[in-house]
Design a protein around this ligand. Structure first.
Ligand SMILES: O=C(O)CCC(=O)C(=O)O
Length: 304
């Protein structure tokens, strides 16, 4: 018998994910899940914690919260009990664990763009089975929703994160650079317990290409997004979201990292996003599979 999940993720969609590095699944979440997501994102936005930081300019702002589901039962339920783990599992055809989540919240008005980047090197994990689910409870026009460089998950390159402290600068020089950014452009408003710029930059990694400067040279995929849709994208794919457009309502999004069977812990010299606290207590070593930390990265779905 064909299960409902197999009916909603076709083999063509699964192939698109593996070929392009992302797939847009339309109308796969019902209103109950969309409402729960909206409530969870709003409660986190209204009550920032130490892991809430922001990119700020004179005209716009992008709030990014690390691990929002750790303080929102609604987001935790959405991550674990919605159809998402099964959708990801049917794409990877293997057991699925929850790795971590983030909130990207752009207030109404002129939207701040999200710069082109690759997620892999921000985290202490490596492997091919890393899938991000990007979901918004809002209508997100193509000009403001997620976009990717088609096929870039297969380039076999780990790019340097966009943030971090240049190890060739002293702490004073770094702070002077941060203050200059504040005066002249976009700067970071750090959280009490987290800042994108406090990690040490790993300069051995190649710089992320400036895709925005030559968009025509790249094969870019983007989608108009409706509530109920889900975009799944590969952990290694280059992605961004355009800005500079006016929206009459906030563009709220939740990005959840799910891990398949072949994801291993790796201690990165330039790690930006901290490990979950529960993982640190287990003294993880480079090379260990995430499945060895069953309590921290719970198994949410496996093929029958
Ligand atoms: O929602 C956005 O603007 C960006 C999302 C993103 O960069 C991510 O999920 O890694």
């Amino acid at each position: 018998m064909v299960s409902p999940i197999e009916e909603i993720v076709s083999s063509e969609q699964s192939s698109s994910f593996h070929r392009d590095g992302a797939v847009h699944l339309q109308g796969v979440l019902d209103d109950k899940w969309v409402e729960l997501l909206a409530e969870g994102l709003d409660e986190c936005y209204e009550q920032p914690d130490g892991m809430s930081s922001a990119l700020v300019s004179s005209e716009s702002e992008l709030r990014i919260d690390q691990f929002p589901a750790a303080r929102s039962k609604k987001l935790k339920k959405f991550i674990c009990e919605s159809p998402l783990p099964a959708l990801v599992g049917s794409i990877l055809n293997g057991p699925i664990r929850f790795y971590m989540d983030q909130m990207f919240y752009k207030p109404a008005g002129l939207l701040m763009p999200t710069p082109w980047h690759q997620d892999t090197s921000y985290y202490n994990v490596e492997g091919h089975d890393l899938v991000r689910a990007w979901i918004s409870p809002d209508i997100v026009p193509r000009e403001a929703s997620l976009e990717i460089v088609k096929g870039s998950h297969l380039w076999n390159i780990t790019y340097r994160p966009l943030a971090g402290r240049d190890p060739d600068l002293s702490q004073e020089e770094h702070e002077a650079q941060m203050s200059m950014a504040k005066e002249f452009g976009i700067y970071e408003r750090p959280g009490e317990d987290f800042s994108y710029n406090s990690a040490i930059m790993d300069k051995s990694l190649p710089e992320t290409p400036n895709i925005e400067a030559s968009r025509d040279s790249f094969d870019i995929l983007n989608w108009h997004f409706e509530p109920g849709d889900v975009i799944l994208f590969h952990g290694n794919v280059l992605h961004a979201a355009q800005g500079e457009i006016d929206l009459a309502y906030p563009r709220r999004s939740h990005a959840i990292m799910y891990a398949g069977p072949n994801i291993r812990y790796i201690k990165r010299p330039g790690q930006i996003i901290p490990d979950p606290i529960a993982l640190l207590e287990q003294n993880p070593q480079t090379g260990q599979l995430l499945s060895e930390f069953d309590q921290v990265f719970p198994l949410l779905w496996e093929p029958s």
